[in-house]
Ligand binder design. Structure first.
Ligand code: UGA
Length: 338
């Protein structure tokens, strides 16, 4: 099987590529990205063909590669809330416009597409747990620009779904719920908002800066270790008896449900175990921050986000294995043990 991974140099793409090359000698990867820092050690593998390319410019190259593959993963996207509010049109151009072109190529050439939707499409839905076929997608007013990411992804979900009906596009939509692990963000960047929450807190500790609980930190997320996410993606690629065809799956770990305040305290406790952080962590306080000051006025938050994963368990035979403490230890070892 020839798998085209667009955005292979990112967090999910690099872990997916690594797993495929390690375990599936019968699968070949064509990897497209503008950056290759996270995948340097895969370059020598004969089943890994890397092309440095910008999907916002190299349309012909992408079309050629789509023609020659069996499955497409369009993983190139901005997924950082600070950028949603600071540069919403950049999010629209990459996450929506560029990916729409790829979806249309999948339709044109009759290729299977495995598309990263997001937990963010459920937005401020107040269901206790989010269900792929039943939960509403709830966003805020237009002036709250945070929702441009959610809306871009939601619109693509709807377009892909419609192509599935009209043109028999073979697709799977997967919705990551706060996937965490090595290589997530660059914690050397010390600016607040430069990383997703776990890596942001690690960056704060590394730089001896206070940890900010945006609007008090009572908001809840379910954190999912990257290897659990990747094992779901491999099952989706395998598509045994067409189990993933034309399906939407939440891929998250509902047992790792924590408030951001609980997360901060856990991370501070764990940080004390690392020699290089011992002294830094003593200086750090966990403080409340106002979201308008931290992100800007056009931010709005999700107060609770818990996936139902019954569908993925039933159809894919998948379940997440890594509990919260192990997730944090593995991630922190990557950033601090060496
Ligand atoms: C994330 C991002 O949109 C994407 O990475 C992704 O599509 C999706 O959710 C997902 O991974 O499921 P969110 O969970 O809000 O959205 O992003 P984080 O930056 O990780 O923030 C989580 C929570 O921590 C937010 O409530 C945020 O306000 C809070 N936070 C963040 C703090 O309290 N302090 C900080 O310093 C940073």
């Amino acid at each position: 099987m020839n798998i085209l991974i667009i955005g292979a140099g990112g967090f999910i793409g690099s872990h997916l590529s690594e797993e495929i090359l390690a375990r599936r000698k019968d699968w070949r990867i064509t990897a497209v990205d503008i950056a290759s820092e996270k995948i340097e050690r895969l370059m020598e593998d004969k089943n890994f063909d890397f092309i440095r390319s910008d999907i916002l410019k190299d349309f012909d190259l992408i079309e050629e590669r789509v023609k020659n593959c069996d499955v497409i993963f369009p993983l190139a996207a901005i997924a950082n809330p600070l950028i949603y509010v600071q540069n919403p049109l950049k999010v629209f151009e990459l996450d929506f416009e560029a990916n729409l072109r790829i979806v249309k190529l999948a339709v044109k050439y009759g290729k299977r597409i495995i598309f990263p939707s997001t937990s963010e499409v459920y937005g401020m839905c107040d269901d206790d747990e989010f269900l792929e076929e039943d939960s509403n997608c709830v966003t805020g007013p237009i002036c709250r620009q945070r929702w441009i990411y959610s809306c871009s992804k939601q619109m693509l979900d709807r377009v892909i779904y419609a192509y599935g009906i009209r043109d028999n596009l073979h697709y799977t939509l997967f919705r990551p719920f706060n996937w965490i692990g090595p290589r997530l963000d660059d914690i050397r960047n010390e600016n607040n908002g430069s990383s997703r929450v776990v890596t942001q807190f690690l960056s704060n500790i590394l730089h001896g800066k206070n940890i900010n609980l945006v609007d008090g930190g009572s908001q809840v997320r379910c954190f999912t270790y990257i290897s659990d996410g990747i094992s779901a993606l491999v099952k989706i690629i395998e598509n045994k008896d067409n189990c993933a065809d034309k399906q939407i799956f939440n891929i998250g770990n509902p047992r790792n449900e924590y408030s951001i305040r609980e997360l901060a305290h856990k991370i501070v406790e764990l940080a004390k175990k690392y020699d290089k952080l011992k002294n830094l962590v003593k200086k750090i306080e966990i403080v409340a921050a106002n979201s308008a000051d931290y992100y800007g006025k056009s931010y709005q938050d999700v107060s609770k986000r818990v996936p139902s994963i019954k569908k993925a368990e039933r159809l894919l035979g998948w379940r997440p294995l890594i509990a919260m403490d192990e997730l944090l230890s593995k991630t922190m070892d990557f950033y601090f043990a060496n």
